[in-house]
Design a protein around this ligand. Sequence first.
Ligand code: PHE
Length: 344
Amino acid sequence: MEEILAQLSSIKQAFQQDLQKIQLLREFDDLKISFLGKKSPLQGLLAGMKELSVDNRRTVGPALQELKGFLESTIEEARQAFIERKARTAIEKEQNFDVTAYKPGAVHGRLHPYSQAVEEIEDIFISMGYEILDGPELETDFYNFTALNIPQDHPARDMYDTFWTNKKSMLMRTHTSPVQVRSMQTLELPLAAIVPGRTYRHEAVDATHDFMFMQCEGFFIDKNVTIAHMFATAQTFLKQLFKKDELDIRIRPGFFPFVEPGFEIDMRCPFCSQGCSVCKRSTWMEVFPGGMIHPNVLRAGGIDPDVYSGFAFGFGLSRLVMLKYSIDDIRHLYGGKLKFLEQF
Ligand code: PHE
């Protein structure tokens, strides 16, 4: 009998230890099964009762019942307490969550100044009815030169220091103009589009030149398009980009084999009124080359120059971004330095 009573107290001890370890709600069921289930030591003792003498049964019986009652009620109470505790912490968590709290030192991402400027430029042209197009950076000789009225061995090829590739007639495009003929061949007229993108030239790198830079091509082809449309487009665009109600522009003749006539549009230097180092003391900045698309280029694109006309321009995007944000060295733009980028 002593032995049985000792067993009861070790069951109780084991039970209390296991109860402490509970982490999950379903573990209460497991605990109940192992201490009160059919195969539990307690049930074994209850079943063995009939082998005991009447006297012993009188002592052991109530002790067994008491332990059984204790186990049952303890499990239920602990389970209830567990559920309530969980609910409380869930509510507390929610109540303590302050959406307006300031987290010091949080790092916020942002768009690169180039991306910001491209988005802005795209918005301006979209508002004038233009669409945004794209073209390959690895180009063929045909689209980069021949189709643009620059045949093989034409001296105008010297204007572009070209990165040729191992593959015959393949090059890194030297300007975004190849997209002109590509678009004429595939899209319907009237066509009004801009093409912002990377261009490549085999040049020594300094503060104003890089071997890779961004250009933005633009063209408008329809019946009765004249150069006056281009001047108006350039002025509207520059005014909006530089946020000026009035903006002086100056028009000079310029040569590009794929336009006739060709022009350079200059705007007043945004940094000075008397001349500075950025405008090379002239107070004018060359920002917008363009002209009427040459009939040979229209023909290469499958368009009849006797019926249709169009203008095209191709400005340096990197250059405009530098002017807009007063960046004095093109290498900052692509250097990836956080100290620089964080200013935008
Ligand atoms: N593609 C020319 C360049 O890179 C710029 C240009 C485009 C000029 C379209 C006229 C018309 O130099």
